[in-house]
Design a binder for this molecule. Structure first.
Ligand SMILES: Nc1ncnc2c1ncn2[C@@H]1O[C@H](COP(=O)(O)OP(=O)(O)OP(=O)(O)O)[C@@H](O)[C@H]1O
Length: 330
């Protein structure tokens, strides 16, 4: 569905050098990125601000032309076949709307139908389906400018999907949404992928979106693909220490177990920090040998913590060896 091979995108930046003199320099936003996305996949694209995510998405949708390397989406070269590609893909930018501000949502969607030349009967059926799934009914006749952010986002999703695209590209679709709207949008995307088989590429800073929706995540950092694989592997490779919360039969001094540090003691409860290399079963056995243990819980680092460590460059894995994807690109 998507094939990106060794893609580089540089921008020419003009900088002041003295009072009047300007110098032109080349700045690389994307530096040799390669990946494929197979039909029916749901992939999350993560990365700190300025990492190159939007530049990558813009190359996939044909808004930008790569400086070098090749991009193929649905078998087409996006920069040269933008219109043909638009018929087969849907794009939603969370910060911008494609709807007509002054028109009621229903009329905006009717205009989208004309743009994509969707047949009237197919449009009616599709609109009815999207209205039910996205709960658009109560505000279909409201002008777009009067819609709340969550309602507008649902309208934008409907607009991007009216022509039943094979691929949906989303840039921050849940930004600024409250928990209920987020849940509606996430639930909708999940069904779209599972039931319709729509391939989805989702860019977000919201790790809740990724955890809930994406079996595969790609992390772009300083223009390079730093990770490509599942969240569990990311947690295992880049995750920080695990924490063992132990409740002893009675309060006491910090326990002594080789290779483990006690972070906190509160009455009979103690928080033990385990480095990634420590074997939790051995630690528990050592503890049980010398203490009466009432309860025990092992806490993995939260995905926020894992990703923050990555962004800060504290990763333990070596980038540059992204996971092989089994699905073939087309
Ligand atoms: N038109 C442009 N001209 C010059 N530099 C640009 C242009 N567009 C992007 N850049 C630079 O390229 C780099 C990558 O930007 P990009 O917008 O792709 O990042 P991003 O990962 O989407 O960030 P964010 O999470 O903040 O949206 C940044 O350093 C940015 O300043």
């Amino acid at each position: 569905m998507i094939e990106v091979v060794d893609v580089v995108k540089t921008f020419t930046v003009r900088r002041r050098a003295g009072r009047v003199r300007r110098v032109r320099t080349e700045a690389a936003a994307v530096e040799g990125v390669s990946f494929t996305v197979g039909r029916g996949e749901f992939v999350g694209l993560l990365g700190p601000n300025g990492a190159g995510k939007s530049t990558t998405i813009k190359m996939l949708t044909g808004i930008l032309t790569p400086t070098s390397g090749t991009v193929r989406v649905c078998g087409l070269d996006p920069a040269h076949r933008r219109t043909a590609l638009a018929r087969r893909t849907g794009v939603v930018f969370g910060q911008r709307t494609t709807l007509w501000w002054d028109l009621p949502l229903r009329d905006s969607l009717a205009l989208v139908r004309r743009l994509y030349r969707v047949e009237a009967a197919a449009h009616r059926a599709r609109l009815a389906e999207l209205t039910a799934l996205l709960e658009l009914g109560p505000f279909l006749d409201t002008p777009v400018r009067q819609l709340s952010l969550g309602q507008r986002m649902r309208g934008d999703l409907a607009a991007a999907l009216l022509h039943a695209p094979e691929l949906l590209v989303l840039d921050e679709p849940t930004i600024g949404l409250d928990v209920v709207s987020k849940a509606t949008v996430r639930g909708f995307l999940e069904r779209l992928n599972a039931e319709r088989g729509t391939t989805i590429l989702l860019t977000t800073h919201d790790l809740g979106d990724i955890e809930r929706l994406c079996p595969r995540v790609m992390i772009i950092d300083r223009g390079r693909l730093a990770y490509d694989g599942g969240l569990e592997r990311l947690r295992a490779e880049a995750g920080g220490d695990r924490v063992l919360v132990v409740e002893l039969a009675r309060p006491g001094p910090p326990v002594r177990v080789p290779g483990v540090t006690v972070d906190r003691v509160e009455g009979p409860r103690q928080w033990l920090r385990l480095p990634r290399s420590a074997n939790a079963a051995q630690v528990v056995a050592a503890l049980a040998g010398g203490h009466e243990v009432r309860d025990i819980a092992l806490r993995e680092p939260g995905i926020e913590e894992v990703v923050a460590r990555l962004y800060r460059g504290e990763r333990e894995y070596r980038p540059g060896a992204p996971a092989q994807r089994p699905a073939a690109a087309e």
